[in-house]
Design a protein around this ligand. Structure first.
Ligand SMILES: [Ca+2]
Length: 311
């Protein structure tokens, strides 16, 4: 018996249609090929191969996993959509989705949404809040069985009115994005990947403050220098107190009653706040590490104790 292979990704790219195994018999070139076989011909139509090795190397796949309450919509450069669509039956609460981007997929498992696309084209991921809480978004890139890229946005605050988007062709394009949480067109959340959070330091806060026009800039920069010294010395409690005070001060400076020279815009505040929050988050890390060390020490002591008793 002869075995033939249909390269579905190659076919789908060529005809801009999304074909999967369930719809393999709808591939017109396969239909033609099957007709040929019935009349005794084994002419290989385009996208059909008689050796598995003739298939092109596995395509890059971008995977998006959303631990919700956020809907994910993927768009390609041609405006094709993959994701949830309104159920045409308005009395039904069954979630309906489409997969119109060539070589894309969409699935939901309870609260988790999983979508992806292969081919390496530019993709826009649109996020649409479905409820209040926080979300975690994982973005991975694979080629065959190999994971070639991975990044994650953890515990990003979200509301039912939230919206934001990320443009990417590969995981390496991803670093930050903004969310508008109250639908007024002004970003409220500046999200960093976990990896990027580790790279943030006072140098980044200094950059964010340098970017403002307020005449309070010099005073804020002086405070940054103080906080940076506290970090070098490991004075966690004082540093945290100053970071919180710094955050309050920045909030006060957005007051519309202040003179234009002093005032900080809402957008400038979002950027500064995001960096300050990461710096505050980094402070609980040494405490966590200390706890782990303590636990390790307790295990060591217990082992020693047991050894001593058994002797
Ligand atoms: Ca907003």
């Amino acid at each position: 018996m002869e075995t033939y292979y249909v390269n579905l990704p190659e076919y789908s790219q060529g005809v801009r249609r999304n074909r999967k195994h369930s719809s393999i018999l709808e591939v017109t070139r396969l239909q033609d090929f099957l007709k040929d076989i019935f009349v005794g011909s084994t002419f290989l139509e385009e996208n059909i191969y008689d050796k598995q090795t003739d298939l092109i190397s596995p395509p890059n796949i971008l995977h998006f996993t959303m631990h919700s309450p956020v809907a994910m919509h993927l768009y390609d450069v041609n405006g094709n959509h993959t994701g949830i669509i309104p159920n045409p039956n308005t009395t039904s609460d069954i979630r309906v989705y489409e997969e119109n981007i060539p070589n894309s997929f969409y699935e939901e498992w309870g609260e988790t949404k999983y979508a992806g696309v292969s081919g390496g084209g530019r993709i826009t991921l649109e996020l649409d809040g479905e409820g209040s809480g926080t979300f975690t978004l994982e973005i991975a890139e694979t080629q065959g069985d190999e994971t070639t890229g991975y990044t994650v946005f953890s515990d990003i605050p979200v509301t039912a009115d939230s919206s934001g988007s990320i443009n990417l062709t590969s995981v390496s394009d991803v670093g930050t994005f903004t969310l508008d949480n109250n639908d007024d067109g002004v970003p409220d959340v500046y999200a960093f990947t976990d990896e990027m959070k580790e790279a943030i330091g006072y140098d980044i806060l200094r950059e964010a403050v340098q970017a403002i026009a307020s005449n309070q800039k010099t005073a804020l920069l002086a405070q940054i220098t103080v906080m940076e010294k506290l970090r070098t010395r490991g004075n966690v409690i004082a540093e945290k107190a100053l970071l919180l005070a710094f955050k309050n001060q920045v909030a006060t400076l957005t007051n519309k009653k202040l003179s234009a020279k002093m005032r900080i815009s809402g957008e400038e505040r979002v950027n500064i706040d995001a960096v300050v929050d990461v710096l505050i988050g980094q402070l609980s890390q040494p405490i966590k590490d200390k706890k782990v060390k303590l636990k390790e020490r307790l295990i060591q002591l217990k082992e020693k104790l047991l050894k001593d008793i058994r002797r």
